[in-house]
Ligand binder design. Structure first.
Ligand code: NDP
Ligand code: GDR
Length: 337
C-alpha cells in the first residue's frame, strides 16, 4: 500500500533530500512551503510535479508553522502515515538576533504540529528534528543520556521541541521520535552555515571572483556528516517497531580550522592568505565541542555513516566549483550578498 508522508521544511537542505528518498521508496509526499516574495523552492524544483500532472506523488501546500489552524486542516486533508517536522529557523547565530521568533517557529511549532495531529484525530508517526545544539556546553562525547545545556535561543527552542515530543509519546501513546542529529552538510547546505560559506568561498576565490573570506571562531569542534545519509536515519526511525530517540553522528571531530584547511587545500589554495577574522560572526555564547556517539542508531537501526569530514569537504568544494562555473557561463543567474 502506498504510504503518505508530510514534510515540513521541505524546501530546506534535509527536506529536499528526504523528499527524494521517500519518492524513491514509492511514497506520496506532501510538503509544506511558506509563502515568500522570491523563489524558495530551488532545492526541490527538479522533483516538482505540477497540479496538471497525472498520478502526482509530490504535492506542495502553502502554510506556515506559526499557523496552527492551517496545520490541523493539512493533517485532516492529507491523513499522513508519517510526518517529518524539519521546518525551523535553523541558524544559531540568527537566533540571538531573533530570539522570540526562533522560540515560536523552532520551539512552539513542534507543539502546534503535535496538537494538530491530536485535534485532527489522524493516526500517524512523527519525527522531530532535534539537534546536538541541545547538548550545548555539556562536554563530549554526547549520546541519548547526555544532559542538555543549550547555549542559544535556537538550542533552547529545540529542547522545548524535544521534551514536547517525548511528552506526547508518554501522555497520548503517539509514535513520536526525536532524531538528535549532529551537524550534517552537503552541496545544498544554506550558504551562511560555516562549511558551505567556506566551500563557496574556495570556489569563488579559485575563479578570481573573491579574495577574502571573513569568519568568526575557528576553534569550535563539530562532528560533520553528510546530509543524504542522515535523512536515511530519519526514515529508519519511523520504520522501527518502538518509538524512541536516537543520536545520529559520525563520531569524528574536526575544528572549523581543519575544515578550512581541507577545503582550501583541495583547490590548491592556502587559507591563511585569504581568511580574516570578523567578530560579527562570533556568538554571545558558543558551543565549543560536539562529538556524537551514535552506537544506539548503529545497533538498533543498522545505520552507519560512510562519508566523513574530509571527503565531505571535498564533495562540497567540487560541487561549488561546478556551481560557480555555471554561474560564470550564464547557466545560472544569481546575485551574491
Ligand atoms: P534549513 O534551514 O535548510 O531548512 C529549514 C526549513 O524550514 C526550510 O524549508 C524553511 O523554509 C523552513 N521554515 C522556516 N521557517 C518556517 C516557518 N515559519 N514555517 C514553515 N517552514 C519554515 O535546515 P536543515 O534542512 O539544515 O535542517 C532541517 C531541520 O533539522 C531543522 O529543524 C534544523 O533545525 C534541524 N537540524 C539540522 C541540522 C543540520 O546540521 N543541518 C542538525 C540538527 C538539527 P524556507 O526555505 O522558506 O526558508
Ligand atoms: P551550527 O552551524 O551553529 O553548529 O548549527 P554553523 O555552521 O552556523 O557554525 C558552526 C561553527 O562555526 C563557527 N563559525 C561560523 N559559523 C558561521 N555560520 N559563520 C561564520 O562565519 C563562522 N565562523 C566560525 C560557529 O561559531 C560554530 O561554532 C548547525 C545548524 O544546522 C543547526 O540548525 C543545527 O541544529 C546544528 O548545526 C547541529
Amino acid at each position: 500500500m502506498t504510504k503518505t508522508a508530510l514534510i515540513t521544511g521541505v524546501t530546506g537542505q534535509d527536506g529536499s533530500y528526504l523528499a527524494e528518498l521517500l519518492l524513491s521508496k514509492g511514497y506520496r509526499v506532501h510538503g509544506l512551503v511558506r509563502r515568500s516574495s522570491s523563489f524558495n523552492t530551488e532545492r526541490i524544483d527538479h522533483i516538482y510535479q505540477g497540479p496538471q500532472e497525472a498520478e502526482r506523488r509530490f504535492v506542495l501546500h502553502h502554510a506556515d508553522l506559526s499557523d496552527g489552524v492551517a496545520l490541523v486542516n493539512l493533517m485532516r486533508d492529507i491523513q499522513p502515515d508519517e510526518v517529518y517536522n524539519l521546518g525551523a529557523q535553523s541558524h544559531v547565530r540568527v537566533s540571538f538576533d531573533a530570539p522570540l521568533y526562533t522560540g515560536d517557529v523552532t520551539g512552539l511549532s513542534t507543539l502546534r504540529l503535535l496538537e494538530a495531529i491530536r485535534a485532527s484525530g489522524v493516526e500517524t508517526r512523527i519525527y522531530q528534528a532535534s539537534s546536538s545544539e541541545m547538548f550545548g556546553s555539556t562536554p563530549p562525547p554526547q549520546n541519548e543520556d547526555t544532559p542538555f545545556h543549550p547555549r542559544s535561543p535556537y538550542g533552547a527552542a529545540k529542547v522545548f521541541g524535544y521534551w514536547t515530543t517525548v511528552n506526547y509519546r508518554e501522555a497520548y501513546g503517539m509514535f513520536a521520535v526525536n532524531g538528535i542529529l549532529f551537524n550534517h552538510e552537503s552541496p545544498r547546505r544554506g550558504e551562511t552555515f560555516v562549511t558551505r560559506k567556506i566551500t563557496r568561498a574556495v570556489a569563488r576565490i579559485k575563479a578570481g571572483l573573491q579574495d577574502r573570506l571573513y569568519l568568526g571562531n575557528l576553534d569550535a569542534v563539530r562532528d560533520w556528516g553528510y546530509a543524504p545519509e542522515y535523512v536515511e536515519a530519519m526514515w529508519r526511525m519511523l520504520q522501527h517497531d518502538e518509538p524512541t530517540d536516537y543520536v545520529v553522528a559520525t563520531g569524528v571531530p574536526a575544528t572549523v580550522r581543519q575544515f578550512l584547511e581541507t577545503a582550501f587545500a583541495h583547490a590548491d589554495l592556502d587559507w591563511n592568505e585569504h581568511v580574516r577574522y570578523d567578530p560579527k560572526y562570533e556568538r554571545p555564547s558558543e558551543v565549543d565541542a560536539l562529538i556524537g556517539d551514535a552506537s544506539k542508531a548503529r545497533e538498533t537501526l543498522g545505520w552507519q555513516p560512510t562519508v566523513l569530514v574530509e571527503e565531505l569537504a571535498r564533495i562540497m568544494v567540487d560541487a561549488d566549483v561546478r556551481q560557480v562555473e555555471k554561474e560564470l557561463t550564464g547557466a545560472v543567474v544569481r546575485i551574491d550578498r
